[in-house]
Ligand binder design. Structure first.
Ligand code: HEC
Length: 437
């Protein structure tokens, strides 16, 4: 066998480097900045929720290794849903961009020419296109600092003096460092006095509430409108759907404040895009076992176990929740599922929701196999899914209750966990955003 004369090696190597030198290394301004600006900066900039900014070369170069790790593992951008369907408002980073960030770092993370900036990219986050109405807290509020968490419900005024449809909304936290999340509920005029009675309970604006928009012992049906928080403020409802709001309605806004200090203030508002045209009126229908909140042991998560599952299967439209839920839908026609918002608390590992058709065939609606309490979302389909009046759904949640939650705790101090409103308790539910088919 012939071998190459040794002196040829440097020549071959030389040729290779000469070739690589023809292609300039990837540069920040041209190749990386457009990706980071579109996919990262909305959270990674001053005053937003991420702990550091990624708005310029110096900042990005400082975190380059962590950026590669976080994007390769898909922990960033936070988009916690398994890709079983195509979703609108998907903020995850496409594979070629993930690769480009890694290549840029591997090739030396050059800055390049600041005048040679690559074309900007856009990500459709479904943000509202006009502000047609605003609902705002009456006055700045001092969150309660006795506990780490303060859940406060505020009754908001509603300006439009006619029946209308909400096409989209955006939550604008007054103090993004304080506001963990905001949930919005609709108050029908006929239930208004029930809610004013709740507001009158203490001196401060609003009332203390937990989980739902209720104070202890008082109740009024209030359909859920949406959730939002820093970095994930709201969206336009899909296709020709929206939420019908009757003239004279008001809103209850539940704000979850965490780690507030005495001097902290907040005045959060919600902006709305409205539609004068008639839309299909959507409703969030919660899927769950109605026994879980009432019979503790039906959703027991024993201390020390790292893989505990509970499931519920049944007809969501004609379940107790489905029938009770205020909606003008004719469930006998079935419904279209436009999106799903899965919900558990901190011990959650995974959650799935499947349709079980009449012929027993199974179709997945949603699956989150890597649950993270901080990254909850409503995931809307590109193609809505039809749910027949006699179809069932199957909800399954899995938890890990084998690790201490707080500093200084040991595994011997672990407690059994049950359904409950506190973040120390657990939940297992998925709200389907449905409308007439
Ligand atoms: C929706 C808001 C949001 C978006 C969008 C986002 N981040 Fe983050 N990022 C955060 C928050 C908040 C943290 C703090 C850690 C946490 O809570 O997970 C974080 C943490 C990180 C970290 C620290 C390591 C880690 O994984 O926790 C890196 C690196 C990072 N982000 C990079 C990025 C990059 C790169 C992008 C864009 C491709 C991006 N992030 C998009 C909110 C966001």
């Amino acid at each position: 066998m012939k071998s190459f004369p040794g002196f040829l090696f440097p020549v071959l190597l030389g040729l290779q480097t000469a070739h690589a030198a023809d292609v300039p290394p990837l540069a920040y301004y041209k190749d990386v900045k457009p990706i980071v600006d579109a996919y990262c900066v909305s959270c990674h900039s001053p005053g937003q929720i991420a702990p550091f900014s990624l708005t310029n070369y110096t900042e990005v170069i400082r975190f380059r290794k962590a950026i590669v790790t976080a994007t390769q593992s898909k922990s960033m951008p936070p988009w916690k849903v398994d890709p079983l369907h195509d979703y609108i408002y998907d903020i995850s980073l496409p594979a070629p961009h993930i690769q480009r960030l890694k290549d840029w770092v591997d090739q030396g993370a050059a800055a390049g020419d600041p005048m040679d900036v690559g074309p900007s990219l856009s990500v459709d986050k479904g943000q509202i296109e006009s502000i047609d109405a605003v609902a705002r807290m009456n006055a700045p509020y001092h969150p309660n600092t006795e506990n780490d968490d303060d859940y406060r419900c505020f009754l908001l005024d509603w300006e439009p003096d006619q029946d209308t449809f909400i096409k989209g909304y955006k939550v604008v936290p007054g103090n993004p460092k304080l506001v963990h999340h905001v949930a919005l509920y609709l108050v029908d005029p006929k239930n208004l006095d029930k809610v004013t009675a709740m507001v009158d309970e203490d001196e401060q604006d609003g009332y203390q509430c937990f989980g739902g928009p209720y104070t202890k012992g008082k109740f009024a049906p209030m359909p859920f409108v949406g959730i939002g928080g820093p970095g994930n403020g709201g969206f336009i409802f899909p296709e020709d759907t929206g939420i019908a709001v009757a003239q004279g309605s008001r809103f209850v806004m539940q704000v979850h404040y965490s780690s507030a200090k005495a001097e902290d203030l907040d005045q959060t508002e919600v902006q709305f895009q409205l539609s004068q045209e008639k839309l299909k009126s959507g409703v969030y229908l919660p899927v769950m076992n109605v026994m879980w909140p009432f019979l503790k042991d039906t959703m027991k998560i024993p201390a020390g176990q790292d893989n505990v599952s509970h499931s519920w299967q049944g007809n969501p439209l004609f379940s107790l929740v489905g029938l009770f839920f205020p909606s003008k839908l004719n469930y006998f026609k079935g419904a279209k599922v436009y999106g799903v918002a899965p919900h558990m608390h901190r011990l959650g590992k995974s959650i799935t929701l499947d349709i079980v058709r009449r012929d027993k065939s199974v179709e997945p609606l949603i699956s989150v196999s890597n649950w993270n309490f901080h990254w909850q979302n409503t995931f809307f389909y590109k193609q809505p899914i039809y749910l027949g009046p006699l179809d069932q759904v199957k909800l399954t949640c899995t938890w890990d209750n084998s690790k201490p939650r707080h500093e200084g705790e040991t595994t011997t101090g672990l407690k059994d966990v049950y359904w409950g409103e506190s973040t120390e308790d657990e939940m297992c539910t998925s709200a389907m955003f449905i409308a007439e088919p």
